[in-house]
Design a protein around this ligand. Structure first.
Ligand code: DCS
Length: 481
């Protein structure tokens, strides 16, 4: 009999080609070990609440009231909820058409999109149009929708940084496009070299690929670097010259752990550049409620803003968004709360600032602890996490470890990470899941474990690593760098 459409041999090959390491082999093994009763520290996903981060009080109060509007009629509501949370819940309910149980416009609630536009205007100092902002179920959905509009088939290429967050490689495979890699330079603090970029495009074109878009992740995942304004200008100039739409993944814009290079949005830099750039370069930028000090990953809230995208294309994107009817409505309220936070003088303001500052300051200390911890280990070097939520140390595996991995039928960094997991319970993602230069190995951890647990985790990592290196180092054949 002919195979059925959903038999494995006959299903869509693009689906089978997709690789997504953040929930790959290491994660599966960690879940198994956990079932067997081993204590696992899940540092494989940037999922702050799963590692004990507590939700901010005010936004949860507001959404709780929106979810249970009958509480607003309860005479005791003012005992449990502060007046500003009550007022804000009424505000958001008034923006919906039927509360949280009703679909919203497929682009998101107009009033919330207006709040997003006002946030962008305050951030960048340039006007933002709510009609060009779409709310999405997390930034992921926005990225997927945008790539879907860019990629027409195999011949269409998208420039993606390597290392990169595998949402990009996975979506490009799924849509049947071609990933065109450009390498970030580890020794230059994961900076981006324009010559290298140029070369990547030339190489792709010589293979008949039409390069149509470029992705930047700023601050970087997994690499943690913050792009300078000068670098962003170069990138935008490059996109102008090469006629590329820029996808600016800015989901970590609140996660900054140094003062030398604050976050600057691609939109601001583009507008600062003036015409012809500011009028011509097509830019789509992404944000989320999953990151920052919010960490509300499970709510699935995000937005994208389009710059220099013609109205007819915006209409098409609206049509495609409409197929899924409506983004999550509760998540839209979280987005509204994130972009329109409490102000000095509001009843809940001080508590909100205390909570959010507490999280950010602790993340800053944890970023430092992790980098320093990795750099104290044998054959490990690690750039400082300037931003985002990850540490991405390079593990200089001795040739004997690489041979042992081959014998075990594993990619060398997967071999190392599996051994680390078995020995310590620390669940990481091998660098090969994000892409890395040939013969160079990394792993990614999040900086999210509780601050008080961090010293013990780093100590346990160091003990494992140094013993591993001891086991495989051949002093005659391998010199330590
Ligand atoms: N863009 C980047 C660079 C990300 O790191 C993530 C999530 C997303 C987009 C999508 O986030 P939301 O869909 O939740 O808005 N990062 C994943 C990661 O590497 N660890 O945790 C999730």
């Amino acid at each position: 009999m002919a195979p059925k459409a959903l038999d494995y041999e006959s299903m869509n090959e693009n689906v089978k080609k997709v690789q997504y390491a953040v929930r790959g082999e290491l994660y599966l093994r960690a879940s198994e070990l956990q079932k067997e009763g081993k204590k696992i520290i899940f540092t494989n996903v940037g999922n702050p609440h799963a590692l004990g981060q507590r939700p901010l009080t005010f936004p949860r109060q507001v959404v709780a009231l929106c979810q249970a509007p009958f509480l607003l009629d309860d005479p005791n509501v003012g005992i449990v909820f502060p007046a500003d949370a009550i007022a804000r819940a009424k505000h958001y309910l008034s923006l919906t058409s039927g509360g949280l149980g009703a679909y919203s416009d497929s682009r998101g609630i107009p009033g919330v999109r207006k709040e997003v536009a006002e946030f962008i205007e305050r951030r960048d100092g340039y006007p933002s149009d709510p009609e060009l902002i779409f709310l999405t179920d997390g930034a992921s959905k926005g990225v997927m929708q945008t790539l879907n509009c860019v990629i027409r088939g195999e011949g269409d290429g998208v420039l993606v940084p390597v290392p990169q967050y595998p949402l990009y490689s996975a979506t490009i495979s799924l849509l049947g496009g071609s990933l065109v890699p450009y390498y970030l330079e580890e020794t230059a603090n994961w900076g981006l070299d324009l010559n290298d970029l140029q070369q990547s495009v030339a190489q792709a074109r010589s293979k008949g690929i039409t390069v149509r878009a470029m992705v930047i992740i700023n601050p970087g995942n997994p690499t943690g670097q913050c792009l300078s304004e000068a670098n962003l200008r170069e990138i935008l100039r490059f996109c102008y010259q090469e006629n590329l739409v820029l996808l600016g993944d800015e989901v970590y814009q609140q996660n900054i752990y140094q003062d030398e290079r604050p976050f600057v949005s691609s939109k601001k830099v583009l507008m600062d550049m003036g015409p012809p750039f500011s009028k011509e370069v097509q830019l789509v930028s992404f944000h989320t409620v999953s990151k920052g000090y919010w960490g509300e990953c499970g709510q699935r809230g995000g937005y994208f803003e389009m710059t220099n995208i013609p109205p007819k294309t915006v209409d098409e994107i609206y049509k495609i968004a409409s197929i899924a009817l409506s983004p999550n409505v509760p998540a839209q309220i979280f987005m509204g709360l994130m972009v329109n936070p409490l102000k000095p003088g509001d009843i809940s303001y001080e508590q909100f600032v205390r909570e959010s500052k507490g999280i950010l300051e602790s993340l800053r200390r944890r970023a430092r602890m992790m980098t320093d911890g990795f750099n104290s280990c044998r054959n490990v070097v690690c750039n400082f996490t300037e931003g985002a939520m990850y540490s991405f140390p390079q593990i200089r595996l001795p040739p004997k470890a690489i041979e042992a991995a081959k014998r075990a039928g594993k990619v060398p960094d997967v071999f190392y990470c599996l051994r680390l997991l078995e020995a310590t319970g620390i669940s990481t993602v091998p660098g090969s899941g994000f892409g890395q230069k040939e013969g160079v190995f990394h792993l990614r951890t999040t900086i999210l474990p509780a601050e008080e647990d961090m010293p013990a985790i780093m100590e346990s990592f160091k003990k494992f690593n140094d013993e591993f290196m001891e086991q495989y180092e051949d002093y005659r054949g391998y010199s330590r760098m």
